[in-house]
Design a binder for this molecule. Structure first.
Ligand SMILES: Nc1ncnc2c1ncn2[C@@H]1O[C@H](COP(=O)(O)OP(=O)(O)OP(=O)(O)O)[C@@H](O)[C@H]1O
Ligand SMILES: [Mg+2]
Length: 330
């Protein structure tokens, strides 16, 4: 069942800035959904509309069956939001910050204490909770922000750039916390990121957005499979071996050939490898080694969006993007 459905969701800011442009998303209940895109793609604007912080210019969305425009108050009660900018108060202790959130949502004190206790354990902040937030490291602060969004036990949690500015190690620690939260609480999590590895590691499904528009949606594996497949590189003992092999494998077109190596782009190396190894073996050729490179989400992103992160300007880019889109539709 879809817990979130957007219908031509659009936000045009003053000055005719089309931040989100006719976005149609379907997000399944109980999943982790990633919104991936470069700076300025419209990720935060989308999150702000879905969490009723701002109103769409046109289109709408249903969140757990509630209309974000007509039933914004009801929506607010069942969602948790961890915005891109830090919201906890540096002059308060961790625990005081969380109690304030509880009060804001009218969570009864005893219940709040119980929830907060459990959440602090979940992100290993029990001891730090008694200290002022101003003394926290960046990673501790982000962990506190994360659970601040959970104090009132929402059904859906929105995380806008949950690991922005953290170092690589702290980020992967944060991923474990996020996964753990999704599993123990069985909630739906929508997260935005411009870190490709992040959505790859966390999300069940993702959408790539760019300049407010949906580029493509799917599971990380689906998106990777759509993009040209695997790169298979074979090295041979001699140039003679290689040339003979290329003749035998005439139904495979190499993308690159050097003196003793040949590179092929194949849909799935698992399927194709036996079809390559067997005929060579029959002809007495044994390549020195095979190397299989799987595409990363990075490759996928570049293939769809057709430009590097972070955002660069230029019309040539959108042309490449349209070409990629056309290819996708075929
Ligand atoms: N309040 C605003 N008024 C006018 N334009 C805005 C406003 N907020 C965002 N924008 C513009 O809308 C576009 C989308 O911004 P948004 O913050 O949604 O992108 P984002 O994908 O979250 O980017 P980032 O990765 O940098 O957080 C950008 O061009 C941005 O400059
Ligand atoms: Mg943002």
């Amino acid at each position: 069942m879809n817990i979130i459905e957007t219908e031509n969701l659009t936000k045009i800011y003053k000055g005719n800035i089309r931040a989100v442009d006719n976005l149609n998303l379907q997000i399944e209940e109980g999943s982790i959904y990633g919104l991936l895109g470069p700076n300025g793609a419209g990720k935060s604007t989308t999150i702000k509309m879905l969490t009723t912080v701002i109103k769409p210019t046109s289109g709408t969305a249903r969140v757990a069956g509630l209309d974000i425009i007509k039933q914004s108050m009801e929506v607010r009660r069942i969602i948790g939001l961890v915005p891109q900018d830090l919201t906890t108060d540096e002059d308060l202790k961790g625990i005081e910050n969380l109690m304030m959130v509880a009060k804001f949502y009218d969570v009864p004190t005893a219940k709040a204490r119980e929830n907060i206790d459990r959440l602090l354990k979940l992100v290993d902040l029990q001891d730090a909770a008694k200290r002022l937030v101003g003394q926290y490291s960046g990673g501790m602060r982000k962990r506190l922000e994360l659970i601040a969004g959970l104090v009132h036990e929402p059904k859906i949690l929105f995380l806008d750039e949950p690991t922005l500015g953290l170092d690589v190690q702290t980020r992967s620690l944060m991923w474990d916390y996020i996964k753990n939260i999704q599993e123990t609480k069985n909630i739906t999590i929508i997260l935005t990121s411009h870190y490709l590895e992040e959505v790859d590691a966390l999300s069940d499904k993702l959408s790539i957005i760019n300049r407010g528009k949906l580029i493509v949606s799917g599971t990380p594996a689906e998106l990777k499979n759509n993009v040209g497949g695997d790169i298979l590189t074979m090295s041979f003992r001699s140039a003679e071996d290689m040339n003979k092999s290329l003749e035998i494998l005439s139904n495979f077109q190499p993308t690159k050939v050097t003196e003793k190596t040949a590179r092929f782009k194949v849909k799935s190396s698992e399927v194709v490898l036996p079809e390559i190894i067997e005929p060579l073996k029959r002809n007495g050729i044994e390549p020195l080694r095979y190397q299989v490179d799987k595409p990363s989400l990075d490759t996928v992103f570049m293939d769809y969006v057709g430009r590097a992160l972070p955002e660069e300007e230029g019309e040539g880019d959108s042309r490449k993007m349209m070409m990629n889109l056309r290819r996708l539709r075929r």
